[in-house]
Write a protein that binds this ligand. Structure first.
Ligand code: DBV
Length: 267
């Protein structure tokens, strides 16, 4: 366990057998030119060991959080979960500063015993605001079209979630085994890289907005974050692994922390 002791949110995450390791490694490298600094994450959430499965056949569980901040990105964080055959997850969210007219980057790559569940999107702060969405969607749609053609549709998503997705929400469920492994290598990996590359290009290009616009963006960001925290589909899994006290602090204090953050996003 001490082998993987992490002291800072920027220390490398290396979890033996973690399926999504190359995705995080790619994202960390892509962020490097942005002068990242560590994002404060309490020790209890930097890396947490646990156990699932039966008494007779316990399965070790590791959850690690990689995180950083930059001048334009309030919080970039990756939740990394490895629980052997029970689960393997990369949940990656980039929360921009409300000083910039930027969407969220969201990736949810989830392997469960019954298959993979994969979601990628650049999610708008306010879907009704064409100034906010059109410049992004125009550029994202061709990328979406290209990769969607290679994947089965993931099926319906909850009605209440729809305001938070872009029309380029890449969402699929695929089987475990060779077929799934092949799609992950051939489609999900380049799609993840393409979505992230476009996002980081938008970050480079972004210019600061005025105070009124920043206040509007902040309230939209809070709506999104509150929704994600309230509906976090990982709540059940994390509660089984670590109990509800740790899980609620993790969800509200780390994963979706905009409401709780002590930094003042508008200053
Ligand atoms: N999802 C999270 C975080 C996770 C996580 C922080 C730390 O937001 C994992 C881990 N997602 C996770 C798990 C499941 C899902 C499901 C473990 C499976 C839940 C289960 O079946 O027990 C995309 N993720 C889902 C579902 C959707 C998404 C639509 C299935 C529906 C559901 O069970 O509610 N998550 C959703 C989404 C983004 C995202 C669109 C952004 C791109 O991160």
């Amino acid at each position: 366990m001490s082998l993987h002791l992490r002291k800072s949110s920027l220390d490398p995450v290396q979890i033996p057998g973690w399926r999504w390791q190359p995705f995080l490694d790619h994202a960390v490298a892509a962020l490097e030119p942005f002068q990242v600094i560590p994002y404060p994450v309490a020790d209890a959430f930097l890396q947490k060991e646990g156990s699932t499965g039966s008494k007779a056949k316990p399965v070790p569980v590791t959850t690690a959080t990689w995180a950083c901040t930059t001048d334009k990105l309030r919080q970039v964080r990756c939740a990394c979960v490895e629980a052997g055959a029970a689960a393997s997850v990369l949940n990656f969210v980039i929360n921009p500063s409300c000083r910039f007219d930027l969407p969220f980057f969201g990736a949810d790559l989830v392997t469960l015993p019954n298959g993979h569940l994969l979601a990628l999107d650049l999610q708008p702060v306010d879907k009704a605001d064409a100034d906010h969405t059109l410049p992004v969607w125009e550029r994202l749609m061709p990328i979406f079209e290209r990769w969607r053609a290679e994947l089965p549709d993931g099926g319906p998503i909850p009605e209440e979630a729809k305001p938070y997705f872009s029309p380029a929400f890449l969402w699929t469920r695929i089987p475990l085994g060779e077929e799934g492994d092949d799609l992950i290598e051939r489609v999900i990996r380049p799609a993840f890289a393409d979505y992230l590359q476009l996002y980081l290009r938008l970050v480079e290009e972004a210019q600061p907005v005025d105070d009124d616009r920043a206040a509007l963006l902040l309230s939209g960001q809070k709506r999104y974050t509150a929704y994600r925290a309230e509906k976090d589909p990982a709540r059940g899994m994390l509660t089984r692994f670590y109990g509800s006290e740790w899980t609620e602090s993790y969800i509200h204090g780390v994963l979706f922390d905009l409401e709780k953050t002590t930094a003042t996003p508008l200053s």
